[in-house]
Design a protein around this ligand. Structure first.
Ligand code: ZN
Ligand code: ZN
Length: 652
């Protein structure tokens, strides 16, 4: 008779327990409480994530994870991917599994199949998954030792699982001696590192979302696989919340609304990531640009303009030829290399350095709506968010070390005024000195402290990213939070000790000696393109009045009212309102609906009654379409005041 050997385990609260050597984590959970065992999804042994079936062989720290643990969602989603693969194989036995990881908001699985999966397939697959979930099948882990791997490869090959066979071959070649793990539920077995949930019954609240093509191992030329995306949660409420957010995101998507509202387009023949603004989009953008110009002038900036191309030599001096080469467009004319500018800084620096500067001229703030071109891989291009050509509201401030704090403060005030104006919440990060850097320690300390002090003085909460600054200086990055809580890159304030050095910039101090100025790169809205995209999504295409390309559409009820409609239009235009008349031979309801679809803020409906009273029936597209009859003059006043105050439309 052998007596079971015992070993001690330490629980997260510091308490110790004795368990039988070789007993599983699940058994430990059972011994603590039945409720815990029921809720358990995985565990951590000495900090390492493992399955509940893992045996405890020696003294360890054990943390039993339930659905509340931060790691739990990932595990659930990975296990849901396996459940989906099991369902796919049971419905489509000739499909071959490739890989199926969890991702940010869910999971995917790639399959080799004779045709792409269809939405109808997804419905069937989901039904099958529910059936397999109800069976509450155990998910079992097994280990295959290195010598057994060739037999497993052969088995996969016989089954036609060519992708798994290829992966396994590669693992055994790269890591000789290593063992691999298999996860099995019922007759479905997958090569997988795990860990996984213990039973399929824990996978309940999931949804398959879409199908896309994906090359095997992401390489062009490899077989095209059918990738199914889905998501999974521990509660129906969480799943519903996520699906609602997806719907909202789709409703606001600027890539859908932009073309629908005829604001901009992108053309293959012209090049990816290059945006063409149509009349309505260009009008809104130019109102915004003119506003920004005026704001900069008001705040003590000078406007400058610089060309789109410079000789390669300039970028050698700035260091971009070395450090930024992969993102730059080069071309050669008359044996001279040119660069299409990826940044505006060198141009502004040349203007500063054009003559000797005195401390009396500082701070010098040079502003330009500068269009830059940067090469981005085609895979990362995304609507107006990631593009290859964009216009920055870019300024460079040249100042003395003593002026740094005040300058940063006023840039912050500027940035926050703008974000408030557009109704964006913000998140702020400060990046401090990285391991390799240029400039003196003293300058770094002063500059970084200046950033902190400015934020603190304004009660702006922020996260510090230690070492997150650029090698040439610390920075403040502001991100916009849109109506859905998603973050967009917004204002950036970057201190720079390097470029003044490289360009040997100087000013004559009050002491009669030459000094080096400090430079601040800063943008307020960042990229006009990206900000335009953010505005489309924030307002679901219905811009605030001052930015709306059309303020109101006048709709005459019948032919007899057309003259009156055009007469009002003429008066409104004279007052500075942007007006269209919709005299199409369509029903009144059709034209009202059309105006709403086009996100026109107001409609003036005019018939005989309105004409006699010199009034209009005013409908606000944003106030639920209620209409009220008002004297013409009052309508003009109301609209003009909304434009004047730059009032925000209600969040929709
Ligand atoms: Zn897996
Ligand atoms: Zn710059």
């Amino acid at each position: 008779m052998s007596i079971a050997q015992l070993t001690a385990v330490t629980l997260p609260d510091g308490s110790k327990r004795e368990v039988e050597k070789g007993s599983t984590v699940f058994q430990l959970a059972e011994s603590i409480s039945h409720g815990l065992a029921k809720k358990a999804v995985a565990a951590k042994l000495d900090g390492k994530l493992v399955d509940l079936s893992t045996p405890i062989e020696k003294e360890v720290q054990v943390e039993i994870l339930t659905s509340d643990a931060p790691e739990a969602l990932d595990l659930l989603r990975h296990s849901t991917a396996h459940l989906m693969a099991q369902a796919v194989l049971s419905l489509f036995p000739t499909a071959k599994v490739a890989i199926g990881p969890s991702i940010a908001d869910g999971f995917y699985y790639d399959f080799g199949f004779e045709r792409p999966f269809t939405p109808d397939d997804l419905v069937k697959i989901e039904e099958k998954m529910r059936e397999l979930s109800k069976k509450n099948l155990p998910i079992e882990r097994s280990e295959v030792s290195f010598p057994e791997i060739p037999a497993l490869i052969e088995k996969f090959e016989q089954e036609g699982e060519i992708f798994k066979a290829e992966l396994l071959k590669e693992i055994s070649e790269k890591f000789p001696g290593t063992s691999v793990t298999l996860y099995k539920q019922d007759i479905f077995t997958d090569l997988c590192r795990g860990p996984h949930l213990p039973r399929t019954g824990l996978i309940k609240h999931f949804k398959l979302l879409s199908v896309a093509g994906a090359y095997w191992r992401g390489k062009e030329g490899n077989p095209m696989l059918s990738r199914i995306y889905g998501t999974s949660y521990f509660s129906e409420e969480d799943l519903k919340g996520h699906l609602h957010r997806l719907e909202e995101a789709a409703r606001r998507d600027h890539r859908k609304l932009g073309p629908e509202l005829d604001l901009y387009s992108i053309h293959d023949v012209a090049g990816s990531g290059l945006i063409l603004f149509h009349p309505k989009g260009a009008l809104t953008r130019s109102i915004l640009e003119e506003f920004l110009r005026q704001e900069h002038l008001k705040r003590g900036y000078d406007l400058v303009m610089t060309p789109h191309i410079f000789k390669g030599d300039l970028w050698d001096v700035s260091g971009h030829s070395d450090h930024y080469r992969d993102n730059m467009y080069f071309f050669e004319v008359d044996k001279q290399e040119y660069v299409i500018k990826p940044m505006n800084c060198p141009g502004h620096i040349l203007i500063y350095g054009n003559k000797g500067r005195s401390y009396r001229e500082l701070p010098m703030r040079l502003f330009e709506l500068g269009t830059v071109y940067r090469y981005e891989r085609s895979g990362v291009l995304h609507g107006l968010l990631r593009v290859r050509g964009f216009t920055q509201d870019d300024a460079h401030i040249f100042c003395t070390p003593d002026q740094l704090q005040e300058e940063i403060g006023s840039v912050l005030d500027f940035a926050f005024d703008m974000m408030n104006l557009f109704g964006f919440e913000t998140e702020v990060r400060v990046g401090t000195k990285p391991e390799s850097f240029v400039g003196t320690d003293e300058n770094w300390v002063t500059a970084t402290q200046a950033l902190f002090d400015c934020l603190n003085a304004r009660n702006i909460p922020f996260h510090t990213e230690e070492g997150g600054g650029a090698f040439y200086g610390p920075k403040i990055q502001v991100e916009l939070k849109d109506a859905l809580g998603r973050l967009w890159t917004g204002p950036t304030i970057q201190v720079d000790f390097a470029l003044p050095e490289r360009f040997d910039l100087k000013y004559m101090g009050s002491d009669g000696k030459e000094h080096r100025p400090i430079m601040i790169h800063r943008t307020v809205v960042g990229s006009m393109e990206r900000f335009f995209g953010a505005l489309i999504e924030q307002f679901v295409g219905a811009f605030p009045m001052w930015l709306a390309p059309v303020h109101a559409t006048i709709i005459p009820i019948s032919k007899e009212n057309e003259d009156y409609a055009f007469e009002i239009a003429k008066k409104a235009k004279a007052r500075g309102l942007r007006i269209e008349v919709d005299e199409r031979n369509e029903s009144l309801n059709y034209r009202i609906r059309d105006g709403q679809m086009k996100k026109v803020p107001y409609m003036f409906v005019v018939g005989k009654k309105e004409e006699e009273a010199n009034s209009v029936a005013l409908r606000s597209a944003r106030a639920g379409g209620k209409s009220e009859v008002l004297p013409l003059e009052e309508v003009f006043e109301r609209l003009l005041s909304e434009i004047e105050t730059k009032a925000l439309p209600p969040i929709q």
